[in-house]
Design a protein around this ligand. Structure first.
Ligand code: SF4
Length: 416
């Protein structure tokens, strides 16, 4: 059970105060960030309305979880086109959850008697319930966001093979362990992926890009050699669908060395590369991501991102961080002010080398299931600070902007 913060409404600035403190930040982005931070539940009326509509619910990919027969939303869209991935909670909140209610046939974010914003859930794509030639529902092979297709290479992240080396906030690793226990193969079936992608893109006007990710595969002559090989094998199946040299694909993978990066780009034609540093502070990174620290190291991870800019070009490389995880206790920053200063200083160094940063709101789970994420004020200051750095260095987050991803409060600000 989550650690409940008692009387939190009295202890920290509420959303209305944050609206006033940051008049330059759109209220929808502030609200979206807070809904992500605190999570949401559905009122009974909203549950009924959700059941009636053609909404996407459970997914069984690397990102998804099956939660039984009840329709569980996997994402929200706000009126400005930004999205919130996840956020639904079936347990008690660390701070009270927002409630999505149904009013006059529409969904609204509400809290403590206030009605804030109309939202909608993600619509199911046409291909979702079709089956591959092997009989698997395509929605279990390839999942979607409002404008993008996602597929994965390995559902298992092998940093978890050695106890204590998985990233402490991560649920992908735990899902992978569960899959292994059930004898589900670690690697997805690339023929099924190709069939599902081919079917998905028949829907006119729905998808503008593909995102590919993978749990880390550490084996090979050098660390990640086998991971790169597997991605190339998958693209041997997927690339012919598009019949072109470059593909509007973002890969979120491990931090490859320069030889691996070149090999990957040449063989696949992907144009966007992300290797998530996750924690923008060396000491906190070494505590929170021990596997990454052991197999690559903090400075080497950054160097590989800089090498990637030479291979993929400025503007095509970024890194994800789990916003707020640097305040995890006992070894993270105990002061939000110091944490913010440290993260923004690292982000500036990354930006100087052409690497932009996209943060997600820390969703409490995994080994860190009893941690408490920071204040809304922290998250908004982080979004503002990272956006200012991106503007200063002229970095755009094409693949992670509000249209294609929409899950990063700082890149959401890029539209202004
Ligand atoms: S690298 Fe870390 S965050 Fe990514 S899947 Fe593996 S354990 Fe999770």
């Amino acid at each position: 059970m989550a650690t409940k913060v008692e009387n939190w409404r009295e202890k920290e600035a509420g959303i209305d105060e944050i609206f006033e403190k940051y008049p330059e930040i759109p209220k929808i982005i502030i609200l979206k960030t807070d809904v992500h931070r605190r999570g949401y539940v559905l009122s009974e009326k909203a549950e009924r309305l959700l059941e009636e509509g053609n909404y996407q619910s459970e997914a069984d990919t690397i990102f998804g979880e099956k939660l039984g027969a009840k329709k569980i939303p996997i994402g929200l869209t706000f009126r400005d086109g930004t999205s919130l991935i996840g956020g639904y909670r079936s347990n008690e909140g660390i701070r009270d959850h927002y409630v999505i209610d149904a009013i006059d046939g529409k969904f609204y974010v509400t809290d403590n008697g206030n009605v804030y914003e109309e939202v909608d859930f993600w619509k199911e794509p046409d291909f979702y319930h079709k089956k591959t030639s092997k009989g698997t529902p395509m929605g279990e092979v390839v999942n979607v966001r409002p404008q993008r297709l996602n597929f994965a290479i390995s559902r298992v992240c092998h940093f978890w093979d050695t106890p204590g080396e998985g990233c402490k906030y991560c649920y992908v690793g735990i899902n992978g362990i569960e899959a292994t226990k059930k004898n589900i193969p670690a690697l997805y079936d690339y023929d099924e992926i190709a069939e599902s992608v081919a079917e998905a893109i028949k829907q006119q006007g729905r998808f503008s890009m593909i995102m590919v990710t993978t749990g880390s595969i550490l084996t090979g002559k050098k660390v990640f050699d086998d991971e790169v090989d597997e991605i190339i094998k998958a693209f041997e199946k997927v690339k012919p669908i598009f019949n072109r040299k470059d593909l509007k694909v973002q890969l979120i993978g491990s931090a490859y060395d320069k030889e691996q990066l070149i090999r990957l780009k040449e063989a696949t034609g992907i144009i966007g590369y992300t290797a998530d540093l996750e924690v923008a502070n060396k000491e906190a990174f070494e505590w929170i991501c021990p596997g990454k620290a052991k197999h690559v190291g903090y400075e080497e991870w950054k160097k590989r991102l800089y090498d990637a800019v030479e291979v993929f070009g400025r503007g095509n490389v970024n890194t994800g961080i789990v916003g707020g995880v640097e305040t995890a206790q006992p070894n993270g920053f105990s002061s939000e002010e110091e944490a913010l200063k440290a993260v923004l200083s690292e982000a500036e160094e990354l930006a100087q080398h052409g690497v932009s940063v996209a943060y997600i709101v820390w969703g409490i789970c995994g080994i860190f299931k009893d941690q408490v994420p920071p204040s809304l004020d922290y998250y908004i200051a982080l979004a503002k600070g990272l956006d200012e750095i991106s503007r200063k260095y002229g970095l755009e987050a094409y693949f992670d902007d509000y249209r294609r991803c929409g899950n990063h409060p700082n890149t959401d600000l890029g539209r202004i």
